[in-house]
Design a protein. Sequence first.
Length: 114
Amino acid sequence: QVQLVESGGGLVQAGGSLRLSCEASGSIFPFNTMGWYRQAPGKQREWVAAVARGGSTNYADSVKGRFTISRDDAKNTVYLQMNSLKPEVTAVYYCHARKVTEYWGQGTQVTVSS
């Protein structure tokens, strides 16, 4: 059974940084794609960033230049480095992985205070 467990969320002041981690357990590694989504209160879940097995990355326009996604297949882990944080990025951040089937983590709260 595949499980994705996020960590690294928390409360930070505007302009600060956080690094999210998502460690996968199970037996179907490596995933073709790993990434992050987020869901703010009262809004739909939205895609944030993704990294393919070969290392190519893609970002939502709203986070380009401030967020960096990376993966370490040896550790079955995907990371999201978030810099210059703004209050509007406050949300629950979900790890996502895909290999034929898609998998989701339980989410980690990121709160940015002004």
